[in-house]
Design a binder for this molecule. Structure first.
Ligand SMILES: [Fe+2]
Length: 462
């Protein structure tokens, strides 16, 4: 039986077919633009390899776009019939079962099946990477970290694609708050392979969470020749660069990256959309005029406002609708989220009905200036926001929204408390100290407000 480059048995017509499959996996890990062509080459070498069909189904699912669900279903059916015809092994059959669970919207079952594969086959990098994706969208930072930790002893620097595993390790550590170890693993992954955009990105997250914006700008700029070769993931790295500029109040630079890079193409990919929506929201919040930029985002959000695939995406659609003058549609969406049914979305339905709908309601209330309602909806449930998934840096837009609302609703003591929580996690954010100054001024503490403002000024000048 042919084996993949890490020694896993593959049901395939030839070694050549498995080599083409390996290259497809590597392209996926690298966010390579030719990933689709690599898969075609695998099909050309073996038109009915069970794992090629399964991988194709996975790729369609990764878009989190209901328009691609029929294609994913077709790939799943092909994988099942190829496995029956050829007698696929247990690992391959478990992958196919995971795809079926994912198609049923049962992200937790799919994830459990990938993790079960990894217990038996710690070098199944596809299972590892897909688990990384679902742990991310389930907001499960501990599993993002530990899933990789469990397999790492079975890898070494000489195992093919080890660097990609280290990059996943780095990102998991970062999301779990272990910034020092995350930075070490991330920098090593980039030393091993400068083209590893996930490793570049993991270190960018560490720098973001620690308020090291200047270093972040340099880090992303130095590695631009590598990550700019990536598929649309390059837009997300560019978004991180804009986020560093945003933190330094260099709003012109952030907007230039928006127009010239991460929103230069008006795609409807959910990562691309969330980059754009969250950046415009942050900029407007600081009083920056964003012109007519909401229009195209709101139009796409309206088209996709019945998706209900990921609460993370839906929350961003609600932001674009509310900010882009389509409040009625946003209100209908919040209503529909609160009534989300389990059919086809086993895992997400309760999240949509709970924190998803609450968040959409808070977003709408914020836009219509009902700040007390924002606080009422969001403050008691703010820790649940992690359940919509995404990174800490991405979800920070909602943390800022609550603080702004507390200040605007005349709740400076609450704002002060939330800002203290924030400053304890990251004392290097100028925004945090400026808002702290606002809260302290509202409480009549002029000296405290002046000190907080001075601290923000020092950070910005550094
Ligand atoms: Fe990110």
């Amino acid at each position: 039986m042919p084996k993949d480059c890490r020694g896993l048995e593959m049901t395939a017509a030839s070694d050549t077919a498995v080599e083409a499959y390996d290259l497809t996996i590597r392209a996926y890990l690298a966010f390579a633009r030719d990933t689709g062509d690599r898969l075609k080459a695998a099909y050309a070498a073996d038109a009915d390899m069970p794992m090629s069909h399964c991988l194709k189904g996975y790729f369609f699912q990764l878009f989190s776009n209901p328009a691609l669900h029929p294609k994913a279903d077709q790939a799943l059916a092909q994988a099942q019939s190829a496995a029956d015809a050829r007698g696929a092994n247990t690992r391959e059959r478990t992958h196919i079962a995971a795809l079926a669970a994912w198609r049923a919207g049962d992200l937790r079952k799919a994830t459990a099946l990938w993790e079960a594969i990894l217990i038996e086959h710690p070098r199944d990098i596809l299972a590892l990477k897909l688990g990384h994706f679902t742990h991310f969208y389930l907001g499960d930072a501990a599993e993002l970290r530990d899933s990789v930790a469990r397999v790492l002893p079975c890898w070494s620097e000489s195992t093919p694609d080890y660097g990609y595993v280290l990059a996943m390790r780095a990102f998991g550590l970062e999301e779990a708050g272990d910034y020092a170890e995350a930075e070490k693993a991330g920098r090593r992954s980039v030393e091993i392979n400068r083209e590893d955009s996930w490793g570049v990105h993991a270190v960018a997250h560490v720098l973001e969470m620690q308020g090291r914006a200047k270093e972040g700008i340099a880090w992303v700029a130095d590695l631009r020749p590598s990550w700019s070769k990536a598929n649309n993931f390059r837009f997300h790295v560019s978004w991180h660069q804009a986020l560093f500029h945003f933190e330094r109040e260099e709003y012109g630079e952030a907007l230039a990256l928006y127009d010239g890079e991460f929103r230069a193409e008006r795609t409807d990919d959910i990562l691309d959309l969330s980059n754009a929506i969250a950046m415009l929201w942050r900029l407007e919040d600081e009083g920056v005029s964003v012109g007519g930029r909401w229009d195209e985002l709101a139009a796409i959000a309206e088209r996709r406002s019945d998706d209900r695939v990921l609460a993370f995406a839906d929350a961003h659609f609600a932001m674009a609708l509310a900010a882009g003058g389509r409040a009625e549609r946003a209100a209908a969406m919040a209503q529909a989220m609160s009534a989300a049914k389990a059919g086809g979305r086993v895992t997400e339905a309760p999240i949509l009905r709970g924190i998803g709908a609450a968040l959409a309601g808070a977003i709408l209330a914020f836009r219509r200036g009902d700040f007390a309602a924002v606080v009422e909806r969001l403050y008691p449930r703010r820790h649940e926001v992690r359940d919509i998934g995404g990174s800490r840096a991405q979800r920070d837009v909602f943390a800022r929204l609550l603080i702004r609302a507390a200040l605007a609703a005349g709740r400076p003591k609450l704002a002060r408390a939330l800002l203290a929580e924030r400053a304890a996690r990251n004392p290097n954010s100028a925004w945090t100290w400026k808002r702290s100054a606002d809260a302290l001024a509202a409480l009549g503490d002029a000296a405290g407000a002046a000190a907080a403002r001075a601290r923000a000024a020092r950070l910005l000048a550094a």
